[in-house]
Design a protein around this ligand. Structure first.
Ligand code: HEC
Ligand code: HEC
Ligand code: HEC
Ligand code: HEC
Ligand code: HEC
Length: 502
């Protein structure tokens, strides 16, 4: 750029709005200094960022697109651009000043305002081009950031970008009741502050993935997950859900006939609240009753619980401890007590790595024709619980093992029902594919589920009759009937529910 002609160019500086004093002035000089590509670029950057911040802010305030990623864009990334833009402005001015001074301009020349003559077609073109390009920039920049945001919120991004790392969680997720719920709806939730927290965490994760230093398996529980009630209750309405839940459980034996047996439990999940009536039950006790339960786990994984505190709505506080446990100090309570929420029971709402026998029971229940394959459950269990080096290798090996078994041991079955045997091989290998990830050291045993008490201690971490108040008056009960009623147990055939009498 030719410095002597610079007053002809359009300007953009922070000093633009100020009214210049008549006569000799420093402001004209500022204009001259500002007239350089670096300063102009800084000003454009700051203006664009300011524009976007205000757009996002408005959307956020009127309650529009409340996403975590627009949050970080509006409140973390854009402000960074804004400040960078502002910082660049004086840097450009400083360089320009040095050049003007070495060019030995007179004081008057240095102070002269740029002369903008809009009759000059050249100037008009430049100004028009400038306005046009700025608008275009805003559109491109804006839509690019929105598309970026949408992408980062997608299940695809969360589930697949880091491949191996997320593959167990992604696979389990796809097979869960929440497979249409986006990862960020549970893991981040709306609003900016959790977003920023999760992104700082995310950054650490990206570094760990790049350096290949992430832990295998990814540890659970997640200690800095947002309190579940803020995320789950976006969809599950607190005071409403849920009436008692009927669970019919089918188990299959590992005998030749894969013999089924049926059990039905009425789980007293309960629901409602004090105003609506119909309360009591599992949800009411721990969540909706305004009871507040806090606890301290005795290990990192929360397998054991050594201290529980119940605050009732009328303010009574009960503390339960076990005689066999060491005493819990007040500092420990202040530092470690956790308020019980949904994921202290539902810690596997979507990443459930089921034990292979349960997965097989469910599959056989759905595909009753598989029962006609002799020893199917036994053989599938054998194949599923063997050791393999990778998920892909195991997936193929499980299928091969089933096919091999029927080909060699039951050639007549293979001959007559090849289609069924192929299906059996496929469903078994699908179970393996979503459950066992040797690359991440995960299988059904890695992440305990806290619902129930069969494979893992679950409810019985507290409900063991031993956690008691100091006076021994209250304890956390293990009576079977508090939590569920057995409608029938181990029946050979599923009864007709309509004919059941209670
Ligand atoms: C319905 C809510 C929900 C959805 C949807 C969800 N998660 Fe999770 N996720 C959880 C909960 C709850 C935990 C367990 C927290 C704990 O045990 O502390 C978890 C744990 C994890 C973990 C830690 C390892 C583990 O297995 O405990 C990873 C990694 C993870 N989720 C990734 C994902 C990805 C990727 C997606 C989307 C493909 C996703 N999540 C979708 C609720 C959800
Ligand atoms: C974006 C909405 C949404 C969020 C957030 C959400 N859920 Fe769900 N959840 C659903 C829907 C929809 C279903 C029913 C799915 C079906 O039956 O197909 C469901 C089903 C369930 C079930 C019943 C599963 C079953 O096997 O019958 C449980 C338990 C559950 N959710 C717990 C949770 C927990 C715990 C959280 C928080 C960590 C959570 N949900 C977050 C939408 C959501
Ligand atoms: C004390 C443990 C516990 C807590 C805390 C808890 N639940 Fe449950 N919930 C259960 C049990 C047990 C069941 C029934 C067993 C099952 O569905 O696996 C259940 C069932 C459900 C179901 C399925 C109901 C149906 O009829 O299919 C949903 C949805 C659900 N819970 C949501 C939540 C949400 C949301 C929270 C947190 C606000 C929560 N639960 C807190 C124990 C708990
Ligand atoms: C962190 C500890 C803790 C865990 C884990 C826990 N509970 Fe509880 N639960 C309590 C406390 C405390 C009480 C109140 C005990 C009392 O009556 O003094 C309670 C009460 C109950 C009650 C009412 C009992 C009564 O006296 O009628 C039911 C039902 C119940 N829990 C079911 C469950 C189920 C089901 C699970 C697992 C899914 C579970 N709880 C997990 C702490 C826990
Ligand atoms: C604190 C609550 C609680 C208590 C006390 C309790 N259970 Fe359970 N139990 C559960 C829950 C919750 C489930 C459902 C687990 C699930 O949804 O997978 C369950 C499931 C079961 C099942 C079926 C498991 C399966 O999948 O095959 C059996 C059997 C069972 N309980 C037996 C008992 C017996 C016997 C007692 C008394 C000694 C007892 N339970 C006490 C909460 C409890």
């Amino acid at each position: 750029m030719n410095e002597n002609q610079t007053p002809q160019e359009p300007q953009e500086t922070p000093a633009e709005q100020e009214t210049p004093e008549p006569g000799h002035t420093q402001i004209g000089r500022l204009f001259n200094y500002a007239n350089n590509p670096i300063t102009i670029a800084g000003a454009v950057l700051a203006t664009l960022a300011a524009l976007l911040i205000s757009i996002f802010l408005t959307i956020h305030m009127v309650g529009g697109h409340q996403s975590a990623y627009t949050g970080i864009l509006a409140f973390a990334i854009m402000p960074a651009f804004f400040v960078t833009g502002l910082l660049i402005i004086p840097v450009g001015m400083w360089f320009r000043r040095r050049r003007l001074l070495t060019a030995h301009l007179t004081e008057a020349e240095l102070d002269a305002y740029p002369r903008l003559d809009f009759n000059d077609p050249h100037l008009r073109k430049v100004v028009l081009a400038f306005i046009g390009l700025t608008c275009l920039n805003a559109v491109i920049f804006g839509s690019a950031s929105f598309i970026g945001v949408e992408y980062m919120e997608s299940i695809d991004f969360c589930g697949t970008v880091c491949h191996t790392v997320m593959s167990p969680e992604y696979a389990a997720y796809q097979n869960s009741p929440h497979s249409r719920v986006r990862c960020v709806q549970c893991h981040i939730g709306p609003g900016a502050s959790w977003f920023v927290k999760s992104k700082i965490d995310g950054l650490r994760q990206v570094i760990a993935t790049t350096l290949n230093s992430f832990s295998r398996p990814i540890g659970s529980p997640i200690h800095n997950l947002r309190p579940a009630r803020a995320t789950c209750e976006q969809c599950h309405w607190p005071s409403k859900h849920h009436g008692d839940k009927l669970r019919v459980i089918v188990r299959h034996d590992t005998d030749e006939e894969n013999t089924p047996s049926y059990t039905a439990l009425l789980l007293k999940t309960g629901g409602g609240n004090l105003d609506q009536g119909r309360h009591g039950g599992i949800h009411w006790w721990h969540i909706y009753s305004d009871n507040r339960i806090r606890y301290i786990p005795s290990d990192e994984r929360r397998f054991g619980i050594k201290w529980v505190e119940l605050t009732t709505p009328d303010g009574e506080v009960r503390t339960y401890t076990r005689e066999s446990d060491e005493e819990v100090s007040e500092e420990e309570v202040a530092a470690e007590a956790r308020i019980m929420d949904c994921i202290d029971c539902h810690n596997r709402p979507t990443h459930l790595f089921q034990f292979p026998d349960k997965s097989l029971d469910e599959v056989i229940e759905r595909r009753t024709d598989l029962r006609s394959l002799p020893y199917f459950k036994r053989e599938a269990m054998k194949a599923l619980t063997a050791e393999y080096a990778t998920n892909a290798e195991g997936t193929k090996a499980v299928s091969d093992a089933i096919l091999r078994f029927y080909r060699t041991e039951y050639p007549e079955v293979m001959e007559k029902q090849e289609g069924l045997v192929t299906d059996a091989a496929e469903v078994s290998s699908a179970i393996f594919a979503r459950t066992v990830f040797p690359e991440m050291n995960t299988n059904w045993d890695t992440h305990p589920s806290h619902i129930g008490h069969q494979e893992f201690p679950g409810c019985w971490r507290c409900h063991d009759d031993e956690l008691q108040t100091a006076d021994g008056e209250n304890y956390i009960p293990q009576d079977c009937d508090n939590c569920h009623t057995f409608l029938f147990e181990d029946l050979a055939e599923l009864p007709d529910f309509e004919s059941l009498k209670f």
